[in-house]
Design a protein around this ligand. Structure first.
Ligand code: S3P
Length: 419
C-alpha cells in the first residue's frame, strides 16, 4: 500500500464542544470557524438549544449568541446527549450550577458509561444528582446554589476536571481540581483566554471565585485523534508519505505521535505555530520498519483515544507490544480492551487481554475477517486503517458509526492511499 498527498482532518472534537459551551456562557457574540460537524458536537448544540441558547445549524463559520453565565433556562425535555460522554459530563457541570432540574439521556452505549465520577464532585458542591443503580444514564440533576470545592479526582479525566471547573464558573465559586495525571487541558486554556482567573500548577487547576467569561472567537484546529488514523496508515504503508495539515499538537494530545516515532516511523511537525491559544502544525508521516512498544499508565492520558489505532499498528510491528495502565479503555464508547482483543484474534492476530490493557505480538501474516465495532467509532476507524495495509482484508460491521467524530472518514481513507 502506498500513501500520498495531503489531508486536512476535521476540527478537534474536544475544542468544538468547548467552543459551543463557552460561547453559550459568554456575554456577547462568539464566532466559531472550522467546528467539527459530527454527531457528538450536534449533541452538544442540541442540549444547549434545549437550555434556551440560540445555536444556529452548525457550519464552517457561524456565531453563537452567549446568554451569560446565568442565562440558560429550564429545559422542557430530557437533554439528549446521543453517544457523547463529553456533552454529558461537561453540561452536567453547567446544569448543576443553575436553578433548573434536568434529566440527561443518551444511547445504549452512553447510558452504560460511569457517571458517578461527576455525580460525586457535583454533589459535594451542593447539586442533587440522581443516578440509576448501574450509575450511568438517565441521570437527573437539580442544580442550585453551589459552594467552593477542592476535588481530588481518582481518574485522569478531562471530562471530570471540566465538569467541576464549569460548575465553579457558572456558580461563581472557587473550584480546585487535582488529577492523578494531567489530562487534556483545553478547558483551562479556553477559560483563561476568555478572561477567567485560572491557574495551573502541575496536575492541579484552580478557578477563582467570581471569574468572568468574555465572548471570544474560536478557530478550531484539526483533531489529533482523527489525524492519528492517517498517521497510523502512513506508518504501515509500504511507501510514500502523508501530510496532515493544521493538526492541534497540544502536548496533552500528542502521545500517539511520540509512540509512532518510538516504533520507528518517520514523524515530523512542520510550520509549528500558535493559533488561538493552541499549538498547531502540519504533521508529515512516512513508513519505516515498525518495532513493538511499551505503554504504561503515565503514557495513557495523552493518547487515550488513540490506543485502538496503536493496537492495530502493533500487529504489524516486530516484537511484543504491551499496554498497561489503560483501564479507562473499558469505560469508553465500548469496552475497548475486550473489543480490540476479540476482534484482533478473530482476524488471526496474536493478542491477549490484560486487566488494564493488552499484549499484542506482531507478524506479517495477512489479517482477514469481519470485525464487530459495538457501534464504537474509533474501533471502526482503526480496523478500517488496518484493513488497508498489506494483504489484509477486513470488513467493518457498522461503518456508519464513524459519524460520531469523523463523518467523511471513509472518503478520506480511500483518497489517501492506493493498494
Ligand atoms: C474528552 C476527554 C477524554 C476523551 C474524550 C474527549 C474531552 O475523556 O476520551 O474522547 O473532550 O474532555 P476522559 O477525560 O473521560 O478520559
Amino acid at each position: 500500500m502506498k500513501v500520498s498527498g495531503s489531508l486536512r482532518v476535521p476540527g478537534d472534537k474536544s475544542i468544538s464542544h468547548r467552543a459551543l459551551i463557552l460561547g453559550a456562557l459568554g456575554s456577547g457574540t462568539s464566532r466559531v470557524t472550522g467546528i467539527l460537524e459530527s454527531a457528538d458536537v450536534h449533541s452538544t448544540a442540541g442540549v444547549l438549544r434545549a437550555l434556551g441558547v440560540r445555536v444556529p445549524e452548525l457550519s464552517a463559520d457561524f456565531v453563537v449568541e452567549g446568554v451569560g453565565l446565568r442565562g440558560m433556562s429550564q429545559p422542557e425535555q430530557p437533554l439528549d446527549c446521543g453517544n457523547s460522554g463529553t456533552t454529558t459530563r461537561l453540561m452536567a457541570g453547567v446544569v448543576a450550577a443553575l436553578p433548573v432540574t434536568a434529566t440527561f439521556v443518551g444511547d445504549a452505549s452512553l447510558s452504560r458509561r460511569p457517571m458517578r465520577r461527576i455525580a460525586r464532585p457535583l454533589g459535594a458542591m451542593g447539586a442533587a444528582v440522581e443516578l440509576p443503580p448501574h450509575q450511568g444514564l438517565p441521570m437527573s440533576i437539580r442544580g442550585g446554589t453551589l459552594h467552593d470545592v477542592e476535588w481530588r479526582s481518582e481518574v485522569a479525566s478531562a471530562q471530570v476536571k471540566s465538569a467541576v471547573l464549569l460548575a465553579g464558573l457558572v456558580a461563581g465559586v472557587h473550584a480546585r481540581v487535582t488529577e492523578p495525571a494531567r489530562s487534556r487541558d483545553h478547558t483551562e486554556r479556553m477559560l483563561a483566554a476568555r478572561g477567567a482567573a485560572v491557574t495551573v500548577s502541575g496536575t492541579r487547576v484552580e478557578l477563582e471565585r467570581g471569574s468572568p467569561l468574555a465572548a471570544m472567537d474560536t478557530a478550531v484546529p484539526g483533531d489529533p485523534s482523527s489525524a492519528a488514523f492517517f498517521a497510523g496508515l502512513a506508518a504501515m504503508a509500504a511507501s510514500g508519505d502523508l501530510r496532515l495539515e493544521g493538526v492541534c499538537v497540544n502536548e496533552t494530545r500528542i502521545g500517539f505521535l511520540e509512540q509512532l516515532r518510538r516504533m520507528g516511523a518517520s514523524v515530523s511537525l512542520e510550520n509549528r505555530r500558535l493559533e488561538g491559544g493552541e499549538w498547531v502544525a502540519d504533521v508529515v508521516v512516512s513508513p519505516r520498519a515498525l518495532r513493538a512498544t511499551t505503554i504504561t499508565q503515565a503514557d495513557v492520558p495523552a493518547m487515550v483515544d488513540e490506543i485502538p489505532m496503536l493496537g492495530c499498528l502493533a500487529t504489524r510491528a516486530e516484537g511484543e507490544t504491551v499496554i498497561t495502565g489503560a483501564g479507562e479503555l473499558r469505560v469508553k464508547e465500548s469496552d475497548r480492551i475486550a473489543a480490540m482483543v476479540s476482534n484482533l484474534r478473530l482476524l488471526g492476530a496474536d493478542a491477549d487481554e490484560l486487566p488494564d490493557g493488552m499484549r499484542i505480538r506482531g507478524s506479517d501474516a495477512p489479517l482477514r475477517g469481519r470485525v464487530t465495532t459495538h457501534g464504537d467509532h474509533r474501533l471502526a476507524m482503526a480496523f478500517g486503517v488496518l484493513g488497508a495495509a498489506g494483504d489484509n482484508q477486513i470488513e467493518v460491521d457498522d461503518p456508519g458509526c464513524v459519524a460520531v467524530s469523523y463523518p467523511a472518514f471513509w472518503t478520506d481513507l480511500a483518497r489517501s492511499h492506493r493498494r
